[in-house]
Design a protein around this ligand. Structure first.
Ligand SMILES: [Zn+2]
Ligand SMILES: [Zn+2]
Length: 249
């Protein structure tokens, strides 16, 4: 897949008023991928898609999201061939499941990363949906650094609500490689300050959310703190805890 920039969703994310435009893009990429995999297009019936889902499987979080999406037959069909492959592998590997050789002198041996159990654990973490989200996110970061050349976009960034910690860290890590010439000063003067200022704002909302539990503040205004807990969780852990499950329509 050739990487292309995609300015429309990135502009939209920075106009969304979200606590992190990259979380906003990630949520969209996740939903569109779940819809692609299990939705009305029935990609799970296409041999190449099925070969890919059979190979890498799904992580814990996306297995749950596939369940929640509500296409039970689609999910069952995908897991049917996945399990068939797994059982085939189980048969081939069963003979390797023997007691390890223990040396008299070193009782603790590091587990062999190529062993069958190690490969089972690696596969438990690999995920078709995570891989596609990662592909889209790389494209969105590329687009961000492309758009930074545009003064109008820079103003949008300055007026945004900053970033979650993970996406802030990824911006900083990508900067040296992707930042256009001439924008280094703006980037380093703007992004860390913007991030910190907005972390402080959310922390103040959280402080007031906690203070509201004091009976003396019972009658006081909530200000912006009603959803402070979920916004704090987003800033810290890159998620939308208050989102209902994404379901097929
Ligand atoms: Zn984020
Ligand atoms: Zn996943």
């Amino acid at each position: 897949m050739r990487e292309q920039i995609d300015t429309i969703p990135v502009n939209e994310a920075f106009e969304s008023g979200d606590e992190c435009p990259f979380c906003y893009l990630m949520r969209k990429a996740e939903q569109s991928t779940i819809r692609y995999v299990a939705g009305p297009g029935a990609s799970y019936m296409e041999p190449d898609v099925r070969a890919a889902t059979d190979k890498v499987g799904f992580c814990t979080s996306h297995t749950k999201k596939l369940y929640d999406y509500g296409n039970s037959l689609g999910a069952a069909l995908m897991l049917q061939t996945y399990m068939a492959g797994l059982l085939e592998e189980f048969d081939m590997e069963a003979s390797s499941l023997t007691p390890g050789k223990r040396s008299l002198f070193s009782k603790k041996q590091a587990p062999d990363s190529s062993s069958y159990p190690a490969r089972i654990l690696q596969k438990a973490d690999s995920c078709f949906i995570c891989d596609r989200i990662a592909y889209h996110m790389r494209r969105y970061f590329l687009t961000f650094f492309h758009l930074v050349k545009d003064a109008e976009f820079r103003t949008k960034v300055e007026n945004s609500k900053g970033f979650c910690m993970s996406h802030f860290a990824q911006l900083m890590q990508h900067a040296d490689q992707m930042l256009p010439k001439g924008q280094t000063d703006w980037f380093y003067a703007t992004i860390p300050t913007l991030t910190k200022k907005n972390l402080i704002r959310v922390k103040e909302d959280l402080d007031w959310f906690i203070a509201k539990f004091d009976y003396r503040n019972a009658g006081a205004d909530w200000k912006n703190s009603k959803d402070a807990l979920s916004r704090t969780m987003q800033k810290l852990e890159t998620l939308y805890p208050a989102d209902p499950p994404y379901k097929k329509d």
